[in-house]
Write a protein that binds this ligand. Structure first.
Ligand SMILES: *Cc1c(COP(=O)(O)O)cnc(C)c1O
Length: 234
């Protein structure tokens, strides 16, 4: 299948899953995850209608940025505080905020550039030790601390990576739990909290994630094929 054909196929599955949850396909944003894929492939996806791309490494964004056509960039992977400065003026949203320290660094760099950065709080509802993200119990406290100390950071919602399950139905409980938090904390009345995105679902589980309330899916493999981890992108 071509990249364009794959995108069409994903858009169709996305639409059907959204309709199963009482919404329309347009209510769910498809972010194409382009890590380890070439700028030619990325530009092809953009020509096929992709408006948002996700990368998980700062270095890869830096390497590709000038050769990719205008598009919204999302930082979806773990972000080290000392690298925030490289991407602060390049990405439109950071999905992986899981500490006050990181939020404060984003705030500082955003202030220097005279901008407000949109962020999501990464929640690890499965509490796998190998993954990043805060616990469901810590979520409210972190949101409160960010609102108190980071005037140039706007909290737009939550993100979660479910554990990989052979049967994606088994991930349903994790998505449902984060949806509950999304509904709860989205009620907070504060100028710098404006929930719009619940970022859940990857190639393996995006249909289930949408059924459980996701409105932003991050899909790589199903669009571009398997990633070649032996390859370093330049
Ligand atoms: C790689 C990645 C994805 C996409 O995964 P696929 O299985 O290729 O769709 C989504 N989210 C994050 C955070 C990732 O690192």
């Amino acid at each position: 299948m071509s990249i364009g054909g794959n995108i069409e196929y994903i858009q169709d599955l996305k639409k059907k899953a959204a309709e199963r949850s009482g919404r329309s396909g347009d209510d769910v944003l498809l972010v194409a995850v382009t890590k380890l894929h070439s700028t030619d492939e990325i530009n092809e996806a953009i020509h096929c209608g992709i408006t948002d791309i996700g990368e998980n490494k700062v270095q890869e964004i830096m390497d590709k940025y000038d050769r990719v056509e205008p598009v919204r960039w999302h930082l979806i992977g773990h972000l080290q505080t000392n690298k925030v400065k490289y991407i602060i003026d390049k990405v439109s949203m950071i999905h992986s905020v899981d500490s006050l320290k990181l939020a404060q660094e984003i705030n500082k760099r955003a202030q220097q550039h005279g901008l407000v950065m949109d962020i999501l709080i990464q929640v690890n509802s499965a509490m796998e030790e190998s993954k990043f993200g805060i616990t469901t119990e810590e979520t409210g406290e972190l949101i409160g601390q960010i609102l108190e100390t980071c005037p140039n950071v706007r909290i737009r919602g939550l993100m979660c990576i479910a554990p990989f399950e052979d049967n994606p139905d088994d991930a349903r409980v994790y998505f449902a739990e984060v949806k509950k938090l999304y509904d709860k904390y989205g009620q907070i009345d504060h100028p710098m909290l404006d929930f719009k995105y619940l970022s859940m679902g990857m190639s393996n589980d995006f249909e289930v994630a949408i059924e459980e309330g996701s409105n932003l899916i991050r899909v790589g493999t199903s669009i571009f094929g398997a990633r070649d981890y032996s390859k370093k992108m330049g």
